[in-house]
Structures are given as C-alpha cells and as structure tokens.
Write a protein that binds this ligand. Structure first.
Ligand code: FMN
Length: 187
C-alpha cells in the first residue's frame, strides 16, 4: 500500500485528500504564478487544498476519474502561432487525440468539471488560442466548464483581466462544487 504512480494526479489527489488539481501551461512563469494564486484563493475561500501540476509530469488518462466532488483548473499561456508552451505540448496532443476519438465515441469526460484561464497578448494574431482550444476539446468530450473562460492580455491588462474574471468564477465554482465561502483555512 502507499505506492502511488507519480504520474497519476488523480491518485495523488485521493491520497492527499485534495479536491482541486491545477495545471499550468507556462514558459516564463506567469501562468504558474496565477495557478499558485488560484490554489491559495481556493484554500482561503473554501478551505480546499490543491495539487498544482506541471502537465509535463503527469499522464492524462485519469482526467475522467477525479475524486468525488473534485474539479480541475487549467491556466494556459499561448505562444508563437498560438502554440502551447513546451510543458503543455503533450497535454494538448492528448486532448486533441481524445477529442478526435470522442467523435467516434471512445472517450468521455462527462464527470469532469473545469475552470479555465488563458494567458495571451492581443498583439499576437492567435490571441489566447491554446485556452480556446483546451476549452473546445474538453467541452467536446462532455466536460463542463465552471463559469466563464477567463482570458488575460499581457499587452495591457493581465492583472485586471484576472481580477475581473475571478469573482464570478469563484461564485460559479461554489455552486458547482457545493461549497461555501468562509470555510477557508488560515491563508
Ligand atoms: N499570446 C497569444 O495570445 N498568442 C500568441 O501567439 C502569443 N505568442 C507569444 C510569443 C512570444 C515569443 C511571447 C514572449 C509571448 C507570446 N504571447 C502570445 C503572450 C504570452 O502568452 C503571455 O505573455 C503570457 O503571459 C506568458 O505566460 P508564461 O509567463 O506563463 O509563459
């Protein structure tokens, strides 16, 4: 007993009693910082602890078997021609393949609830494309997004965009998970 596959985030969540898993697609650390902030807010507001994950270090076939009452958060930056960050290439590949298989009925994510915040820059042609793709893939496999998809613009207003998005998201989150504010811990 106690042997948890280090690449199995769902098993780690169960072992650590965590109801949130937060993945960040990040090249220079901004998305990772927002991932950590979301984890801290979930703890402060609802007393929920999170597993914050570099997607490169995990496998995704357990995305449909999170613990009861759990949710996933994706914080995804876009690069190049709307490409994923290096650490999110495999995640995007997995999601797009599954999404394709789903169209033939093989892989469903009906039980998955997810929150999504994208990081981009409006001076690029493919603004926030990775977050939009993740949204499309997950929804296509039957997953349910919690609240609106957030999109931050690093050219002008990343922080404002985040602040404008997060309160409505947490409200929707509380409803979706059946938790209440004020159950927070000491952070
Ligand atoms: N944002 C977009 O929305 N679309 C892009 O195609 C895009 N390409 C980028 C290419 C480069 C070389 C750089 C530096 C930024 C690009 N961005 C693009 C903006 C980044 O997504 C944004 O700065 C983000 O905050 C970076 O997050 P990170 O620090 O977690 O890597």
């Amino acid at each position: 007993a106690g042997d948890v596959n280090p690449r199995d985030f769902a098993a780690k969540m169960k072992a650590g009693n965590k109801r949130l898993v937060i993945f960040y697609g990040s090249q220079t650390g901004t998305a990772e910082e927002y991932a950590i902030r979301l984890a801290k807010e979930a703890k402060a507001k609802f007393g929920l602890t999170s597993l914050v994950c570099d997607p490169e270090e995990y496998d995704f076939e357990t995305l449909d078997s999170l613990p009861e009452g759990a949710a996933a958060i994706f914080v995804m930056a876009s690069y190049g021609e709307g490409e994923p960050t290096d650490n999110a290439v495999t995640l995007l590949q997995n999601l797009s393949e599954d999404s394709f298989e789903f169209s033939q009925g093989s892989h469903r994510l009906d039980n998955l609830k997810y929150v999504l915040f994208g990081l981009g820059n409006k001076t690029y042609e493919h603004y926030n494309l990775v977050a939009r793709q993740v949204d499309q893939y997950l929804t296509g496999m039957g997953a349910t997004r919690i609240g609106e998809r957030g999109e931050g613009d690093d050219d002008k207003s990343m922080e404002e965009d985040y602040l404008e998005w997060k309160d409505g998201m947490w409200e929707a989150f509380a409803k979706a998970l059946g938790v209440e504010e004020g159950q927070g811990g000491d952070t």
